[in-house]
Design a protein around this ligand. Structure first.
Ligand SMILES: Cc1cc2nc3c(=O)[nH]c(=O)nc-3n(C[C@H](O)[C@H](O)[C@H](O)COP(=O)(O)OP(=O)(O)OC[C@H]3O[C@@H](n4cnc5c(N)ncnc54)[C@H](O)[C@@H]3O)c2cc1C
Length: 461
């Protein structure tokens, strides 16, 4: 419980309407997209300026109050759950696009801008910002920078960090620091812009972001393919890449997800197919037509049961809407769904899928698959019941087996969702102990009082 004097000071900084202490408000900010974690903050603060954030952090630092930054709370690693109580600092009111520069191909935004709103604005200028986490309808750009989020377009366009040129950040002592700028190249000292990108709110609050943009591709084509065999689908993906074709997206979902999507959306997907691949090419009209034709050829030769080139944008949009609904389709299929995130080298994808099948059989948990096949990033979703203690104990072993399998194949603990609370117990399995030691030291340098998003990324020492 924070003292009334602290609440009063926060109200003086942001205005009484933007300090929330009612039980039901605190409950709203006690969880995020993760299903297993929740903890109530003592207070929620919604500032509207960098100066207000600086004052809040000065206060928190002086009284050693934990601060959990929060955008839309869609992350699935427990990153915005205020496990130590204290202040939730939510940036959704800071939602202005400050500049779109068509000549420099850059934009400057506040952290609370919703990703889809940003891309809608850019489309009017024929511009494009590629990083596309599938929560784009609600996630904030600040959240995507703090998580270094990716999405289906990563295979061709890379992840968020490839687009972050400059940042304004408020440090835990209230100092406002500017990093990077609006130049595409910048080789001036250590790269602190990219230290903050992906830092999961543990180093400071991101208050302005300068982003690199690209011209909107002139054309896109979507191919939908169904397979009776997941390994065969994986081989075709490898074949496409080996031919030198780099599509904008290669996504896959398994039979369970196909059935759930069809149940929810009735778009005519064959519910007996084992795997659906969705592939998009983009670029000039001539290039996309030729790439789509090559992909159709490889799919047919590679044993696809159905390979279909979407006849128009409406048909393509239907498939992509179905893919975006993939997570929504599986949530609700069990009392608790743990949507995991691991990446393996692309050429080990089929081995990993086989391993997941073995883990599912031996553990007795149903594990369904959605993934970015083009970059080896899979989201195995484990169905369980958080009310059954026995299930939860077994679940931890099953998740560990999944991560160990990925690591053995040369993969990583997280492709895009971050470590947060979910994976900190496994960090030591994935990183050199010296690397963890340096990371802890970096945290101490920026945040000696450990007020910024404490208890995330590392186990308490
Ligand atoms: C249905 C669904 C689909 C998803 N698909 C993808 C996907 O394809 N790819 C992917 O990468 N992720 C995906 N995610 C995860 C999630 O949407 C992303 O991590 C997203 O970037 C989080 O944005 P947010 O605004 O919700 O941030 P939050 O969840 O509020 O916060 C995320 C982290 O950033 C910190 N943070 C937030 N704002 C700031 C700030 N201004 N300064 C400093 N730290 C801050 C928080 O403390 C927290 O640690 C998905 C989630 C869902 C629910």
């Amino acid at each position: 419980m924070l003292k009334p004097v602290i609440i009063k000071k926060l109200e003086e900084i942001v205005g009484g309407n933007w300090v929330l202490t009612a039980k039901e408000d605190l409950a709203t900010y006690s969880y995020d997209g993760t299903t297993t974690w929740s903890h109530s903050p003592d207070v929620v603060v919604l500032p509207s300026t960098t100066e207000q954030i600086s004052e809040i952090l000065k206060l928190a630092n002086e009284y050693r109050i934990p601060v959990t930054p929060r955008g839309s709370g869609t992350n699935i690693s427990g990153g915005s759950v205020p496990v130590c109580g204290g202040i939730v600092l939510c940036t959704t009111r800071m939602n202005r696009v400050l500049d779109i520069n068509k000549t420099n191909l850059t934009a400057m935004v506040e952290p609370g801008v919703v990703l889809q709103d940003f891309n809608n604005l850019l489309a009017k200028e024929n511009l494009f910002y590629p990083p596309d986490p599938q929560s784009f309808l609600s996630c904030t750009i600040g959240g995507t920078v703090a998580e270094n989020s990716g999405g289906p377009l990563c295979i061709k366009y890379g992840v968020t960090k490839q687009y972050v040129l400059g940042l304004e950040v408020v440090l835990p002592d209230g100092y406002v620091m500017n990093l990077g700028g609006a130049t595409v190249k910048n080789r001036t000292g250590y790269d602190l812009v990219h230290l903050f990108t992906g830092s999961e709110g543990t180093l400071g609050i991101i208050t302005k972001i300068t982003l690199r943009l690209i011209p909107r591709p002139a054309a896109r084509r979507t191919v939908m393919a169904m397979f009776d065999d997941m390994t065969r689908a994986g081989s075709v993906v490898s074949r496409i890449l080996a031919e030198g074709i780099v599509p904008a997206k290669i996504e896959f979902v398994d039979n369970f997800v196909i059935r759930r999507i069809e149940e929810k959306m009735q778009i005519g997907l064959p519910v007996d197919a084992k795997t659906m691949l969705l592939i998009e090419t983009d670029g000039s009209i001539a290039a996309v037509d030729s790439e789509a034709a090559q992909i159709m050829d490889l799919l047919n030769k590679g044993g696809a049961k159905i390979a279909r080139l979407a006849k128009d944008e409406a048909e393509a949009n239907t498939y992509w809407k179905a893919r975006s609904a993939g997570f929504a389709a599986i949530y609700g299929a069990a009392r608790t769904v743990i949507a995991e995130d691991v990446t393996v080298p692309r050429d080990r994808l089929s081995d990993f899928i086989e391993k997941l099948d073995e883990i599912s059989k031996s553990s007795g948990f149903e594990i369904v698959l959605i993934g970015h096949a083009g970059d080896g990033n899979i989201h195995p979703s484990v169905f369980t019941n958080s009310r059954e203690k026995e299930d939860l104990d077994r679940l931890q072993d099953t998740l560990t087996a999944i991560f160990e399998a990925a690591l053995e194949l040369g993969g990583t603990l997280s492709g895009e969702h971050g470590i947060g609370l979910e994976k900190k117990r496994l960090l030591a399995k994935a990183l050199d102990p010296m690397a963890i030691s340096f990371m802890r030291k970096i945290k101490e340098v920026f945040d000696p009082n450990n007020i910024m998003n404490p208890d995330k990324i590392w186990e308490r020492s």
